[in-house]
Design a protein around this ligand. Structure first.
Ligand code: NAD
Ligand code: ISE
Length: 338
């Protein structure tokens, strides 16, 4: 069976996902697209050489009998509306992060999914599918460095556009760490604090950059994450776990090492698309398999999206107050037990 997919939002990651669904992965076909910019959607369809109908109305696309499942890759503030409409139509939906821009928005989705009675939602948190994070998790789970005590992480981007603001460092960027570290440590967060170091001259007036977020978990692990989205030199994701018996580092992406002219050199990626390219492939193949079988056995759930958003809300508050803000995570409903 071929899963007929409708894509809402044909910008950067929308086009990446359409390409992998159409030309790389197995069992799916993109048959419908929507974007508020009609020309963007039509140009993407032409460039990628696919047969997909343009729908001016995203809700008509969601309801269409020609569409079995949805991929939502529009701007974050639109996600809640489109995911709720997909659940109302009883159709599986892959939604890029964030699931919704507030914890309450994610909770509305969780409630709708539970009411529907069957899992339909997968969130685009791809890092748990990434080989390097899986290697790091296996090292921790094998007890190779003993109990984890302390983490030092970095989420660095070379630059961001003018529309990027201070809270986006949390809801757009740190949200990946909020998801993957909860999975890596099998733990939940209990508090957050944000510190603003000296500001880079490369950041706009409406962006504090870099930022340091300090999270504490229920097991007492302290996580120090530096977010620096105008670092200039590369797209650099780092994670160092200090344990009772040693330190484990997230492996660097594979790059050739060159020894030349009295230097040892290794490249650093500049683009998020390349750093996690395999993880995006695996997560979307998982979605095709989940949606086709009707059994969501892998990938981030709506509850995972909600958990990250609860922590993100506290981090945004901590940005504003300068205080240590509590993170109170309700117990997971049995519905989401894996
Ligand atoms: P983008 O701006 O390149 O594309 C977004 C597209 O959505 C645009 O074409 C825009 O016209 C369209 N759009 C906006 N409002 C719409 C609406 N109401 N109806 C239909 N289309 C609408 O942004 P992007 O970088 O592709 O990001 C899209 C989403 O994907 C964001 O939520 C972002 O956080 C997420 N993202 C995730 C990753 C990841 O690593 N998982 C990477 C990049 C982006
Ligand atoms: C982008 O929105 C993503 O989600 C990428 O994974 C992230 O690392 C990048 O910083 C964001 O802009």
């Amino acid at each position: 069976m071929t899963l007929r997919i409708g894509v809402i939002g044909t910008g950067a990651i929308g086009q990446e996902h359409i390409e992998r669904l159409s030309h790389k992965l197995i069992g799916a076909q993109v048959v419908a697209v929507n974007d508020i910019h009609e020309e963007t959607a039509k140009a993407a369809v032409a460039r990628l050489g696919i047969q997909a109908k343009f729908y001016a109305d995203p809700h008509a696309l969601i309801k269409s009998d020609d569409v079995d499942a949805l991929v939502v890759t529009s701007w974050g503030p639109t996600h809640e509306e489109f995911v709720l409409a997909s659940i109302a139509a009883g159709k599986p939906v892959f939604c890029e992060k964030p699931l919704a821009v507030t914890a309450q928005g994610c909770k509305n989705i969780v409630d709708a999914e539970i009411k529907h009675g069957k899992r339909l939602v997968q969130v685009g948190f791809m890092r748990p599918f990434d080989l390097t994070y899986r290697q790091l998790k296996a090292t921790l789970d094998n007890g190779e460095i003993g109990q984890p005590l302390l983490l030092n992480c970095k989420h660095f981007n070379p630059e961001v556009g003018e529309s990027y603001t201070t809270p986006m460092a949390i809801v757009d960027t740190l949200i990946h760490e909020l998801d993957v570290l909860r999975w890596l440590l099998d733990d939940d967060y209990v508090s957050a604090r944000v510190i603003y170091p000296r500001k880079t001259s490369k950041a706009s007036n409406h962006l504090a950059d870099p930022q340091v977020v300090i999270l504490e978990t229920a097991k007492g692990i302290v996580i120090n994450t530096q977010i620096f989205v105008n670092c200039q030199y590369g797209y650099d994701i780092q994670c160092e776990v200090v344990g009772e018996q040693g330190i484990a580092y997230l492996p660097e992406p594979n790059q050739v090492t060159i020894r030349k002219n009295a230097h040892v050199q290794r490249g650093i990626l500049m683009d998020w698309k390349k750093r996690f390219i395999e993880a995006y492939d695996v997560e979307l193949q998982a979605f095709i398999n989940n949606a086709t079988s009707g059994n969501f056995t892998s990938g981030a759930s709506a509850w995972d999206g909600y958990a990250a958003a609860v922590a993100a809300d506290a981090c945004v508050k901590a940005q504003q107050t300068g205080n240590i803000e509590p993170i109170v995570m309700p117990a997971m409903p049995i519905f989401y037990n894996k």
